[in-house]
Design a protein around this ligand. Structure first.
Ligand code: RB5
Length: 149
């Protein structure tokens, strides 16, 4: 059975336990969580995981995505290279809310070496609870990446 609330989660090796905590937290809110790993702690390349998560969102398989690396920056850059992805790094709840409300972000990136677990979960909650406001913000987002058709 599929639900309409489907979210992909990935990370590099920087903090797999944080990613798993986020996955559990989000699942408790009724999301179907697609955790695409990695599952082992060996050093791995964040571009691979950022791209893989972004492709799940860009394809429509998942509505949203959350990705984690040490700073959140590298994996965010990789995700944003995928057409249709709007991903921001957030270290505060205000930014997490605003990237949904004003930037229609479909992915959130977190720096595991920047924020602690409690703040990370608050950031996730702010991101998930916010909704795109459209209007002038839609016009601006269209300026960044025009929709097809
Ligand atoms: C890995 O050590 C680290 O470079 C990565 O997690 C991330 O911070 C890159 O932006």
């Amino acid at each position: 059975m599929t639900t309409s609330k489907r979210i992909v989660i990935s990370s590099d090796h920087a903090d797999i336990p944080l990613r798993q905590t986020i996955a559990e937290h989000v699942a408790q809110q009724g999301w179907e969580v697609i955790d695409i790993g990695p599952t082992t702690p060996e050093s791995t390349d964040y571009p691979v995981h950022g791209k893989a998560a972004a492709e799940r969102v860009a394809s429509g398989d998942c509505q949203l995505g959350i990705i984690v690396c040490g700073t959140g920056q590298g994996i965010m850059m990789a995700a944003n290279k995928v057409k249709g992805i709007r991903c921001g790094v957030c270290s505060d709840t205000f930014s997490a809310r605003m990237i949904r409300q004003h930037n229609d972000a479909n992915m959130l990136s977190l720096g595991a070496r920047v924020v602690g677990k409690g703040l990370a979960l608050d950031i996730v909650d702010a991101f998930l609870a916010a909704e795109f406001e459209g209007g002038r913000h839609a016009t601006r987002m269209e300026m960044i990446e025009p929709s097809e058709g």
